[in-house]
Ligand binder design. Structure first.
Ligand SMILES: [Zn+2]
Length: 720
């Protein structure tokens, strides 16, 4: 075996390791055809038979993947990701690879997980390897070996790449974002409904890579004031901050805090692609109502180095959100500070120093576009042209149009609470009237306020937070939400996941977890609590109910939802039903990301082409009623597990607070005592009375008991 820079030559084959996300540590030749055995590699010739047999490989290699933080003081035990390239010296040879040192992933591979490959030139797109891989554990149970075979291409110049699953590297991300920027830069902005897109570097990672922050919205309620240049953030001084928007809440999306979890990038890309669609009415409404703040890669160093879970110092960054350090966890420090900034509706908490941009500290709610904050400074931004047009409108035109925009688009809390809940058409008629209706033509120049209104101080500027992940064992696509001890918040929290299961065939509502336990569980691998995860920490920081982790199994799901037709497609155009869950691909994950769009609008009945009216629930109110009945009453929980535990927790907690029999501290009935009392009475009756009479009475009691259970779950679950 010889090392040539970052490539390894073994058995006449060249193994490539010199690219973003690759992580091959060592290669060893196990078997080589006798006629070709001229390399200096060790050849152990284990269990060799005739190389003419179809099942016996011509070549066999043992490969070792790098641990996270390989060769450093931070090296740890994470070894699930692998990614390498190989150039063969024997065209068409049948080759076997054994990845020798993976983490124990029996469950995942027993469920049909397959590595992926592509060949350049040749098979340019990633696909699963054709032959089912095999796997085994060593006797100590430490190392898991994954074996798979492939037929080498005839082209000796071709390089075949193999990976644990569909890769998406830091370089892939940079190229992807450049393509989107190029596409968007070619357009002409003609309407306030057009895409406002802004990309900037929020902070540099420990190894100097960009933490990209993308802003997407429409030009509705855009102000002339830029976001503040927060202290220690936004190191690229030539990159301007995006504009602030008034009366538009922030939806914060992030991905790849765990570098090996590439499905999260495809979900992210699916949503991003959906949001920059200029013509889709759902995307238009999303941009009208919200400002999307998106961080595509929270752990760029880990991704570039081919880590599975950790950063370059062996830290699981999704456990440090409670108190991230600028020095040690800069990307999470930036994410948390941004979330706090948006939560306070572009205002900085008092303890923060402000390294301000051209306008104040964000306390102004009206931005004045005058020479001191010159329009000439704005030229590099994609909004320049439209903004100038907006600014050049006369005051009267402006007032009229602002009023109109505001009426149609501003979504205050009162609006949301008072929304009609009878299906998705509510907003449609109103918004259609105003589609592209704001003509921005005037040659009169006035300096005028552009921003309008501001949220009440007690209202968070955040509407939704989702951190995207991949999952190795639990099947399907699902979400984790936080636990709430009252019905309203619980239903609010469950609503988006439920809507996702109506808008996407692969989303498993039954696999979602909203338990208290899931907020504080200690990770066996690093001993750190989920309290420090993005989802829990953002809730603790801001009180945001819609704070989620979205998880995608790498491989497949347990079920496929029947997705109802969109209202404009009519009832007869249900999607072709699938009964077997597909093998997940980037396309499936992108579909999940795109389904977030209509699901978010369904939350407030602002989806102009909703699937809800054709679903069994008929309307948002129907979904809410279903959640209330099915889960809060606990008549049937999705799979009887996660939600059931929630009730168990409540039972025991209420009982602990129970000072005298049957009542708790607040003087209300204690479910736990009542249940025990009923069971005890049943037992005594059965023992003492004539068995036949007792049997009859017992049946009556069981009936009463069940009714009692339902009654208490319904009315008294959250007391105490
Ligand atoms: Zn993860």
């Amino acid at each position: 075996m010889a090392n040539l820079g970052d490539s390894i030559v073994c058995g006449g084959f060249v193994f490539y390791n010199n690219f973003d996300s690759a992580n091959l540590a060592k290669v060893e030749l196990v078997k080589v055809p006798e006629a070709l055995d001229k390399d200096g590699c060790e050849a152990e010739n284990k269990s060799c038979k005739s190389s003419n047999s179809d099942d016996i490989p011509d070549y066999e290699f043992n490969l070792w993947t790098k641990h996270d933080c390989h060769g450093t003081q931070f090296q740890n035990n994470n070894r699930t990701w692998f990614y390498f390239g190989v150039k063969v010296n024997s065209p068409g040879a049948y080759i076997k690879f054994n990845i020798m040192n993976l983490n124990k992933q029996l469950k995942m591979f027993s469920q049909g997980m397959c590595p992926v490959f592509k060949t350049i030139p040749g098979h340019l797109h990633w696909q699963r390897i054709h032959d089912k891989p095999t796997y085994s554990m060593d006797q100590k149970g430490n190392d898991f070996t994954l074996s798979f075979t492939y037929n080498a291409p005839e082209n000796l110049k071709a390089i075949t790449y193999f990976a644990f699953t569909y890769p998406f590297s830091y370089t892939d991300l940079q190229n992807y974002l450049k393509r989107i920027e190029t596409k968007l830069s070619k357009r002409t902005i003609t309407s306030v409904d057009d895409v406002y897109y802004h990309r900037e570097c929020a902070i540099k990672s420990l190894e100097g890579r960009r933490l990209d922050l993308i802003t997407i919205s429409s030009f509705h309620n855009i102000s002339g004031e830029r976001e503040d240049r927060l202290n220690n953030l936004f190191p690229e001084k030539e990159e301007e901050r995006p504009f602030k928007f008034w009366d538009k809440k922030i939806i914060f999306i992030s991905a790849r805090v765990h570098p090996g979890e590439t499905p999260s990038s495809f979900v992210f890309n699916g949503l991003l692609n959906f949001l920059v669609n200029r013509d889709d009415q759902i995307a238009i409404n999303l941009r009208r109502l919200y400002v999307f703040k998106m961080i595509p890669m929270l752990n760029p160093d880990g991704v570039a180095r081919g880590h599975y879970r950790m950063d370059t110092r062996g830290v699981n960054l999704n456990r440090v959100y409670l108190n991230p350090s600028l020095k040690d966890h800069p990307t999470i420090y930036a994410a948390r500070n941004l979330i706090r900034y948006y939560h306070h509706t572009y205002q900085l908490p008092s303890e923060e120093d402000i390294s301000s941009g051209c306008i104040g500290n964000g306390e102004n709610t009206m931005a004045i576009l005058d020479s001191s904050c010159g329009i000439s400074n704005i030229v590099r931004d994609t909004t320049t042209r439209l903004l100038q047009q907006v600014t050049l409108m006369t005051l009267d035109e402006k007032r009229k149009d602002q009023q109109k925009i505001f009426q149609d688009c501003a979504l205050s809390k009162a609006d949301m609470d008072g929304m009609p809940e009878g299906g998705g058409e509510g907003l449609t008629s109103k918004t259609e009237e105003t589609d592209n209706s704001v003509e921005l033509k005037s040659d009169k120049k006035t300096y005028t306020a552009v921003g309008i209104g501001h949220l009440p101080k007690e209202d968070s500027g955040l509407y939704l937070y989702i951190d995207l992940h991949g999952h190795a064992s639990k099947k399907g696509v699902f979400m984790y939400g936080n636990y709430f001890d009252n019905i309203e918040d619980t239903i609010t929290c469950m609503l988006l996941p439920k809507l996702m299961s109506i808008n996407n065939p692969n989303f498993h509502f039954a696999s979602c977890n909203f338990t208290e336990r899931n907020m504080y569980i200690i990770d066996k691998r690093d001993g750190m609590s989920r309290e420090g995860s993005g989802r829990v920490a953002v809730f603790k920081l801001t009180g945001l109910i819609r704070s989620y982790t979205l998880e995608c199994n790498y491989n497949s799901g347990r079920l496929v939802n029947t997705v109802p037709a969109r209202i404009r497609d009519g009832v007869n155009k249900n999607m072709t039903p699938m009964f077997v869950p597909p093998k997940y691909t980037p396309g499936v994950f992108e579909g999940v990301g795109a389904a977030l769009g209509p699901s978010i609008l369904d939350l407030t009945t602002n989806n102009p082409n909703s699937r809800l009216p054709n679903s069994q629930y008929r309307s948002l109110r129907g979904v809410k009623s279903y959640l209330k009945l099915a889960y809060v009453n606990n008549l049937s929980s999705p799979n009887g597990k996660s939600l059931h535990k929630m009730y168990q927790n409540n039972f025991s907690r209420n009982h602990k607070a129970c000072k005298i029999p049957f009542t708790n501290a607040t003087g209300q009935s204690c479910d736990y005592c009542v249940n025990r009392y009923v069971l005890f009475t049943m037992f005594i009756m059965y023992s003492v009375l004539n068995r036949f009479v007792a049997f009859f009475i017992m049946l009556c009691l069981i009936h009463t008991y069940l009714r009692l259970c339902n009654y208490f779950h319904c009315s008294n679950l959250y007391h105490g």
